[in-house]
Structure formats: C-alpha cells, structure tokens
Design a protein around this ligand. Sequence first.
Ligand code: 0L1
Ligand code: MG
Length: 259
Amino acid sequence: MDNELIHDIASELVNAEENKVAIERFTKERYPDLTVEQAYHIQEALIQIKRIDGHKVIAPKMGLTSKAKWEQMNVDTPIYGYIFDSMKVEDVIVHSNYIHPKIEPEIGIVLAEDIKGPGVTREDVLNNIAYVFSAVEIIDSRYKDFDFKLSDVIADNSSAKGYIFSKQKIQSDQLDLAKEKVEIVKNGSVIATGSGKNVLNHPAESIVELANMLGEQGQIVKKDEPIMTGGMTSAVLIEPGDVIEINYTTLPTIKVDVK
Ligand code: 0L1
Ligand code: MG
C-alpha cells in the first residue's frame, strides 16, 4: 500500500467525519486484507490531515480495552487513537454534530513524568500518576452501523469524536482505580454500570499497553497529557433530548444534556 493510497483512505475518513455520512468499512470489499500496521499508517495520515486543518492533538486515547469488546471483535489487543482540541465538549452534546454518537464513561489519567516502552509495568505507571479525573468519551465510528474490523477502526482513529472531562483533579491515593464503580443514568434510569476492573483488569494496565505500543514506534507517553484509559461500561447510544448523568464512586459526577 503506497503513501498516496494511505493518504486517500485517510482523506475519505476525514470527509466522512466532516460530512457526517458513514461509509462502508474498507475490509468489506475494497481492502479485505488491510493489516493492523497499514491501519496505523492510515491513522497517522489522518492525524496529519487534521493537524494541517488546524486541529491540535491533546492526548492519545485507548480503545478496545474490555474483554467484552475483544470477544465481540475476536481480538486480544487494545488499540489507540488521538483526541483533538476541537473534540472538547462542555455541558451539551449537539447530536447533529455527529453521525451516530455513543458515550462511554472512562477513568482519565495524567502522568507526572514521561514514560517510554517497551518494558513498562503496572508499578511504573502507579508510581507516576500526577492525578486522575472522570471522563466521558463520545465515540462516533465513521463506518455504517459501527460495522468494522480491527484494521478499519484503527484507521478511523479508534472512533474518537468527543470528550468531556471533569474539572476536578483527584489524587490517585484517594481511590482504588480497579474498584472505582460507575453508572450511566439516562433520563432518570440507570442503563449501564461498570468498574475500573473492566478496563484491562486495571486502568493502569491501559497506560502500560499504550506505553509499550507507542514504544515500539519509538514514541513516548508524555506527562501532562489527559489520557482516557478505556470504557468502563459498554458504549450507549444517545439521542436528542437525553439528560445524562455519569456517577462514579469517588471521581466527580459528569452531567451532560443532548440537544
Ligand atoms: O474507545 C473505544 O473503546 C472505542 C474504540 C472503537 C470501538 C468502537 O467504536 O466501539
Ligand atoms: Mg473509549
């Protein structure tokens, strides 16, 4: 796959995002043998296109971090993507800005010092946390019906489209990251529950995986970057008019309306 084709596929994904029109996954007919390595090259090209368009990368994000998603997709590895300044959401999700948005509650971690894999361990991460925060990711796959294979979703920047972060920063000794629980309350009813354990058994493992995956590319995980470690529940579809409250055991509640 040459650079021109990689750039064309990345452009197609950016156009789908901008026009809010979902496309067929590439592995369905056009590129059934698209590899994970090629997919990360497409993701890099997509990031570059967005940078040229004026978007600033804020941090990497982790995806496919739960056993449930691994079984569903028949994979055994998480993936990463990147979030941009333009994806930030405060109190209102404007539904028409998306194709078919879903939300997932996550635990966010900011590191005190840069780390570089391979060989990073859970202890390395736990000893290097500046603070944690609550996060809601808005995922919005550019593929029709969220129908994708692993390579498709990697190329599509891991479905990243939005994020809401708590303003409050919590010291990591204030909570047990694996035992931290969360519930999604939609229009007054609890519709999903989960915990930090659902994220690779411990959210710090998500940063371990990220550091080791980026390390293979000669890249580091930087201090001060707000990293979403992965969904604590299944992602849930949202609709205009929804009133959402995400309650954690210790981390700050996040409230958001969908318009
Ligand atoms: O952050 C995530 O786990 C999403 C990764 C992509 C899979 C999806 O769109 O459901
Ligand atoms: Mg996520």
